[in-house]
Design a binder for this molecule. Sequence first.
Ligand code: PRP
Ligand code: ADE
Length: 170
Amino acid sequence: MDFASKIRSIPDFPQPGILFRDITPLLADGQAYRMAIQELAAFARSLGTEAVIGPEARGYVVGAPLAYELGVGFVPVRKPGKLPGRTVAVDYQLEYGFGRLEVHADAIRAGTKVLVADDLLATGGTISATVELVRRLGGEVVGAAFLIELTELAGRQRLPGMKIKTLIQF
Ligand SMILES: O=P(O)(O)OC[C@H]1O[C@H](OP(=O)(O)OP(=O)(O)O)[C@H](O)[C@@H]1O
Ligand SMILES: Nc1ncnc2[nH]cnc12
């Protein structure tokens, strides 16, 4: 499957100088979406994944179906003030901004093998923050799975030693 042909590139969004890689055409193609999730699921299975975690919002369209396909739980990471229970938070930076991510403090049992999932790896800021949240809760991060990797932004360097699967590289 040529997943890259299902990605639309939009210049200067959300700000000048950013070439935005839009996954919505891939999501709209049921067969491509399913094959992409199944390919990431094979990687996740090989790592013994017991839970999947993903950041709001686009991390959910990868992480949630991946967890469902594996038959394991999904842990949502949210932007501030959205989760009703006690939370743990980390601040982070991304290609075009900065922010804070939160997770419920009781979302992961200590020792759980957790796969982190998102649509896209750019600078790695978002996923590093997500990894940090898992570790703070005592989970073991076994790997990271993405649809897209922006190789020039070297996000992998923020994840030393991590097993990483990406379906499309730009
Ligand atoms: O590797 P990084 O430099 O951190 O960039 C990648 C992140 O940026 C985008 O999310 P965004 O914060 O735009 O939020 P969204 O999912 O709500 O659109 C994307 O979905 C990744 O989570
Ligand atoms: N260039 C990009 N396109 C889409 N999502 C992104 N998140 C961070 N950088 C991005």
